[in-house]
Design a protein. Structure first.
Length: 112
């Protein structure tokens, strides 16, 4: 699967937010709006990390699916080849049976 970038991912300033959460006493007092924004940015970064992990797992699953469908395709081609050979053998047996039936009909008619 070719991956061409269609957008630039801008990283949030996680270091400053993480340090503010880890050591709130070292930071100047935040307004409620700033605190909400900090919590929202932290939640957004966590959601992005989870989404990246989910996309990576999805890509891995697609790779496994591709391998499995490739194997299935090879198996079906092999099965189709086997059916083709069987068809040839049945046709040969049908021809031999027709010849044998004709011979038997001739032999029975010759006795009568």
């Amino acid at each position: 699967m070719s991956e061409s970038p269609s957008a630039e991912i801008i990283q949030f300033p996680t270091k400053s937010i993480a340090s503010a959460v880890a050591n709130p006493a070292a930071q100047p007092e935040q307004t409620p709006a700033q605190a909400r924004l900090s919590r929202a940015l932290i939640a957004l970064n966590e959601a992005l990390a989870a989404q990246r992990a989910a996309v990576a797992a999805w890509k891995e699953s697609l790779g496994e699916l591709s391998i499995a469908t490739g194997r299935l395709g090879a198996s079906l081609r092999s099965y189709n080849d086997s059916l083709g050979h069987l068809d040839e053998r049945v046709a040969t047996l049908r021809t031999e049976a027709t010849k044998l039936e004709s011979w038997a009909d001739t032999a029975v008619a010759g006795e009568g």
